[in-house]
Design a protein around this ligand. Structure first.
Ligand SMILES: N[C@@H](CCC(=O)N[C@@H](CS)C(=O)NCC(=O)O)C(=O)O
Length: 209
């Protein structure tokens, strides 16, 4: 029997940013792991679902219509709206969650992605570029640490999709950069708290490689 959702992902932090919400919402899903090095994202069967030829993509069927949603933030917001959990109804509280999901998906994810690409993928030695993007990532991580000194979770008193999206950025992407998390005690305590959630634990144990 086929599942309600199909997730197309690759072996990256973004894959886990899509898997964690699927597990937190208790979704039944099939997983297709794409090999980005082989260029599987450019196969026409996949670009039909993701016009930008990028993962993750969540495919489902709503009221008889096939829907494909690209991107970690859109997938998390879609699932939160669909299940009406981990996202407050109040418009101000909701804006605060989306403020955090955007901050994590752009302000934090961008320097972490560029740092990784220049450090690991781009040929040649570019220490000044790596240093610049490490500092940009550290600046946002420090801001998240300050938020967590005053709040139990990233968007306030309740665990939300913002925490789900931030976790792989911190535990996978930032953790690979020496000293990036050093001294950020509130963020490290939050990381442990998120990691202890059974759904997060299950999602992080799914092999994407
Ligand atoms: N803003 C997107 C970024 C997604 C992204 O960077 N996808 C990468 C893998 S992590 C990808 O598909 N790269 C393949 C390519 O660009 O060809 C999100 O948050 O999901």
């Amino acid at each position: 029997m086929s599942s309600v959702f199909t997730l197309y992902a690759a072996n990256t932090a973004n894959g886990y940013k899509a898997l964690i919400p699927l597990h937190e919402f208790g979704c039944d899903y099939d997983l297709h792991v794409l090999d980005l090095v082989k260029g599987e994202q450019f196969d026409s069967a996949f670009t039909r679902l993701s016009p930008v030829a990028r993962v993750p993509v969540l495919n489902t069927n709503i009221d008889g219509n096939e829907v494909s949603i690209y991107g970690t933030e859109a997938i998390a917001i879609f699932l939160a709206d669909h299940y009406q959990r981990f996202m407050p109804e109040d418009k101000i509280d909701r804006a605060k969650v989306i403020e955090m999901t955007s901050l994590v998906s752009s302000d934090l994810a961008l320097p972490l992605a560029v740092q990784f690409q220049v450090d690991v993928i781009v040929a040649g030695n570019h220490p000044e570029v790596i240093e610049y993007f490490t500092a940009q990532a550290r600046r946002i991580l420090t801001a998240l640490d300050s938020v967590l000194q005053d709040n139990a979770w990233l968007a306030g008193a309740e665990y939300s999709i913002a925490d789900m999206l931030a976790f792989p950025s911190v535990a996978i992407s930032a953790a690979r950069i020496a000293d990036a998390l050093e001294g950020l005690d509130a963020l490290l305590a939050w990381q442990e708290k998120v990691a202890a959630r059974p759904a997060v634990n299950d999602a992080m144990a799914i092999p994407l490689g």
